[in-house]
Design a protein around this ligand. Structure first.
Ligand code: IVH
Length: 672
């Protein structure tokens, strides 16, 4: 038994070392985070029962990480450590208990922060100037990435304010926002380069570049969360939360989502609040961090080999897991879009059992090289549909089979077609296809559309099969007797459903427009259309020119709306809806719309002399523009103030129109 355990122990050590190498040195993980954590914990558990086996090279005894020899080395003034994890509430309770007992106090004050999912960086400032930047490396020795870090616009080259310490090493996290990550992968795909698996790897891969010009093109972000070296030591405030405030005053970016908490209940409140709003954050986090707030108490608690005793990372349940693809089938959406879906060997992810995951489209399947029989990483995040992230190539069985897109719709047997230049294949059956009928009515009834409570997929399926409805307007003609013909439909349920259908007649214009399910018209566009046209009558009469005046409506959306409205059966449905009493009226917005900026994407960079960035952003948005954070091929204008850096260079290289303040005001004044 012990021999078996010994073998397992050696195997775990080797495997973890291999995974660390792929993750830290090559920025390309071999396994999902959750799987890694599981193996790591198994290793820790074995070491607990056999402390005599532990040697200095065990992954539990050192900070994971590697130093790439192509960078010069930086020896950290004090080691850059890891954090211990609490994966469950009881582990957190145990952490708090240990702190209280060691400190002999009844309640501990903690500083709570987000746990950013990027890579740790050390920034050394001497006499206010940034003189060196290094990665964490193996915790003791890091990589000198100063030239690269100098290109990150959020990292100040000089600290501001009086009373600055002579020498201060700021520690924090470099990361990439979702928006910049997606754009980077689009750019990588277009240039035939390898895409990144997630924003963390993209951030690490972008920072650890030999050529700083590449880093400069990769919009990276930064948040400070602590310090390393400090001269003079007396400069240090009493509490960590005060240090964070000082860092803001010095011009360093510090994340606003932080608080001070007393005792376990307030820690849990912070955790729950952040977990609930996690999906709205523009960047990835994998948990929150609690740090004993008073430095004197931190010192008292001290360190274990690789982590402090005074802090802990309270991790969210994993969003990724490994499973097997049993089959790949296609689903038909409300606009006929054919989506390949992977049928999975059931797997538990974040407390939910997944049996399906989307593969998006045929190109994605080819790009990720997904085959039936493959072991894959699946990911489930918030409201987003679970997706297949990547294939574990090394686990591919020899009989894994390649997916072929069917040529006819599995529901109505109409031809499946892909238009030139489009990635999505579509069923050509239109509303003749029962799948499209079904999906369009489900969408119509959706909580965020007409909000018809109780009208779920099973009921709509039956209503269509019984030929009780063909389009959404038929819902408003349903009576009690018709509903009672359905399976498992009692009088109470039927009456409630009829009430919900009746109440939905009061929906706002934005909801009604969204509910129509026009391609490319999401909730936001529907709101803008509602505000602009004020009624269904004037909306259905709109021509392309008029549509283009609406904020966020570009040629593709305008064309799609016109296509929809030019089909007689769609107008018929809208007229029938109006006849049933659905005719919301909205006050037409008096917003100023300035032609030059309507529907345009603008990026602001550098220092403007007469406006703050927020003011410029507001003016642009009022003029119908969208303000984005990073320059890409989709940018229409770059509004550049003085000291514009990498964004200006990138815009110039992409041939994007650059506006200085004078020409910006000139365009703003061209009212239509
Ligand atoms: S404090 C002594 N605070 O998590 C520990 N770390 O496993 C110093 N991280 O490599 C870290 N957000 O890159 C701290 N608010 C935060 C953090 C944070 C993310 C990362 C950090 C470190 C890893 C620890």
């Amino acid at each position: 038994m012990s021999e078996q355990l010994d073998q397992r122990y050696v195997w775990l050590k080797e495997q973890i070392a291999q995974f660390d190498l792929a993750y830290y040195l090559n920025d390309s993980p071999l396994i999902a985070d959750a799987q890694y954590d599981e193996l790591f914990r198994e290793l820790q558990a074995i070491e607990k029962t056999h402390p005599e086996w532990i040697s200095a090279d065990s992954p539990t005894q050192k900070v994971s990480g590697y130093v790439n020899q192509v960078f010069s080395e930086v020896v950290h003034g004090s080691p850059m450590l890891s954090l211990n994890n609490a994966l469950t509430e009881s582990e957190l309770i145990a952490f708090d208990k240990r702190c209280r007992e060691s400190l002999e106090i009844s309640e501990v004050e903690y500083a709570c922060e987000l746990k950013f999912d990027g890579l740790a960086i050390s920034l050394l400032y001497e006499n206010s100037y940034l003189v060196r930047a290094a990665t964490r490396g193996d915790g003791t020795v890091g990589e000198n990435v100063s030239d690269n870090v100098m290109t990150i616009s959020q990292i100040p080259h000089r600290l501001i304010g009086s009373n600055l310490p002579q020498r201060i090493e700021i520690r924090g996290e470099v990361f990439m926002t979702h928006e910049n990550f997606q754009q980077l992968n689009v750019d990588q795909r277009n240039s035939g380069d390898k895409e990144f698996a997630n924003p963390r790897n993209a951030a690490a891969g972008s920072l650890r570049q030999l050529d700083p010009k590449i880093t400069a093109q990769r919009s990276l972000s930064f948040f400070a969360y602590g310090i390393g070296e400090l001269v003079p030591l007396q400069w240090l405030p009493k509490r960590h939360s005060e240090l964070m405030d000082q860092m803001i005053a010095m011009g360093l970016p510090v994340c606003e989502d932080r608080c001070i908490a007393h005792g376990i209940n307030e820690l849990l409140q912070f955790f729950q609040k952040i977990q609930a709003s996690r999906d709205q954050l523009p960047f990835d986090i994998d948990g929150v961090v609690y740090k004993v707030n008073t430095y004197r108490l931190q010192q008292q608690l001290g360190y274990v080999s690789r982590a402090p005793r005074f802090a802990v990372a309270h991790k969210f349940p994993p969003q990724e897991a490994f499973t097997k693809i049993l089959a790949i089938e296609v689903q038909v959406g409300r606009t006929g879009a054919i989506t390949p879906v992977a049928r999975l060997e059931p797997v538990l992810v974040g407390g939910v059992t997944l049996t399906n995951a989307t593969l998006h489209n045929e190109d994605e399947i080819l790009r990720k090289d997904v085959r039936v029989g493959d072991t894959v990483v699946v990911r489930r995040a918030g409201d987003v549909i679970p997706e297949v992230v990547m294939v574990a190539q090394e686990k591919r069985p020899i009989d894994a089979t390649v997916f072929r897109m069917p040529s006819v719709c599995p529901i109505c047997e109409s031809q499946i077609r892909k238009l030139p230049g489009e990635v999505i294949a579509r069923c050509t059956g239109g509303l003749f296809c029962n799948a499209q009928k079904l999906q369009s009515i489900i969408h119509f009834a959706h909580r965020r559309a007409m909000n018809i409570d109780g009208l779920g997929e099973k009921i709509v399926e039956q209503l269509i099969a019984e030929q009780l409805i063909r389009n959404p307007s038929d819902l408003y003609r349903l009576g009690l007797n018709a509903l009672l013909r359905l399976n498992r439909m009692g009088e109470k349920l039927a009456t409630n459903l009829l009430t919900a259908i009746d109440q939905s007649k009061q929906s706002s214009l934005a909801r009604v427009i969204f509910a129509l399910g026009i391609r490319h018209v999401g909730e936001t566009t529907a709101k803008d259309l509602g505000k602009y046209f004020g009624s269904l009558n004037s909306f259905i009469l709109a021509d392309e020119e008029e549509l283009l005046k609406v904020r966020d409506v570009g040629p593709v959306v305008a064309q799609s709306i016109r296509d929809f409205l030019s089909q007689a059966h769609n107008i018929e449905v809208i007229e029938q809806l109006m006849a049933c009493g659905i005719n919301p009226i909205e006050k037409v917005s008096e917003e100023i719309r300035i032609k030059a900026f309507i529907g345009k994407t603008v990026v602001i960079t550098g220092t403007l002399s007469t406006l703050s960035r927020d003011q410029a952003k507001e003016l642009l948005e009022r003029a119908g523009a969208k303000v984005a954070g990073s320059v890409s091929s989709k940018t229409d204008y770059l509004l550049a103030g003085s000291d514009a850096g990498s964004k200006l260079e990138k815009a110039q290289s992409l041939g994007i129109s650059i506006l200085d303040e004078a020409s910006f005001f000139e365009l703003l004044n061209m009212q239509d």
